[in-house]
Every structure is written in structure tokens, then in C-alpha cells.
Design a protein around this ligand. Sequence first.
Ligand SMILES: [Mn+2]
Length: 205
Amino acid sequence: MYGAGKIGVFDAHADCSPDVLGHLHAHGTPVRRLIEDEHVPARNFIQVGLRGYYPSDELFAWMQAKGMRSHYMAEVERKGWDVVLRRALEEALDGPRYLYVSVDVDALGPAYAPGTGTPEPGGLTTRELFPMIRRIAHEIGIVGMEVVEVAPAHDPGYTTALNAHRIVLEALTGLAMRKKGIKGRHYLHPIAAGSARARGRTTPA
Ligand SMILES: [Mn+2]
């Protein structure tokens, strides 16, 4: 229906291996397949949250050569979340009109999402990810989204399920704001955000 658009991916892993133990279709290969089979141009892939032992130098080189736009946690460490968030939002606005968002729950650190197959320390916090998802849905608009890699068997405290659920709600909130015609960047309810109180109002205007 929408054709080849853009894909915004939140993930600890680049998932662009040519194969996993000889298997072409495995959880570490989908990005490679999408690009090599020309479903989505590489430059329309925006990745946020990459870290850990992956990718290898070889994959680094492949990703660079293809022109993927990848944001590693090292970039967050160096430049701060606000800068990376702004860049990723700009990239999401660039190019094709349609944006699909894929959230691998392991983009969050294991403190926020222990229930996943390949947890990777040092990830995003919920306070970083939630506004990002809401802002993408509101300011850029999305045609679809998914939250993947929640593993209930490893999630005894429901932390991962709660946060995965909230990721979806943040996206729905952004879509609702868009539908309602709320304009501007990083809109927050003035009372909830403290602005109304700062002006001496304690009840809704
Ligand atoms: Mn992952």
C-alpha cells in the first residue's frame, strides 16, 4: 500500500548479518535481507541504540558503504541524548514520506527490559525512549510499528512487558496528538509539564 518508505529501528543490534549459522532468515539478518533484496534503500534505515559486541568490523564497513544511518550508544555518550534524538528525527523527516518504526525491546538496557533473548547492558532508558517514540508518531507520523523480542519466560517481574506496552501507548499517544491537530515540537500538556503551575495556575484553564 505504501511501497518502499523508511524504517526507523530501535535496537541494540544492527541485525544485518549475511546469515546466522548458515540460516538466511534468523533474528540477526532481517535488515540485511531488506536491503539486499531492495525492499528499502539502505539510507532510509535509521538505527538508534546500537552497542555491544555487534557489529564486527566487517559489518561496520558494509553498513557504512551502504549508507545506513546508524546511531550507536557511543554517540549518545559523546554527544548526549538530545543531540542524537534531534539528528534521528531530522533523518526520519528526510526522504520518503512513509515511516515504519520497529522497536526491538533490547534497545532499552536490561534494567528496563531484562526479558529478552539477547540483552545488552548500557542501553536506552525509558525516559529517553518513550518521548522519542511519542515524538516520532506525533511530529513525523508513522504508517505502522512493532515491538519485538519480548521474551516472557525471562521476564518474571513483568518489567519488560510493562515497558513494551508503554512503548505502544506512547506511539498511540503521538498518533492521537497528530489526529487532534496539536502542532509544534515536543508538545507536553502544560499542567502535567509544570508550566501552568509556574504561571500561578493550579487548575486547568
Ligand atoms: Mn536486538
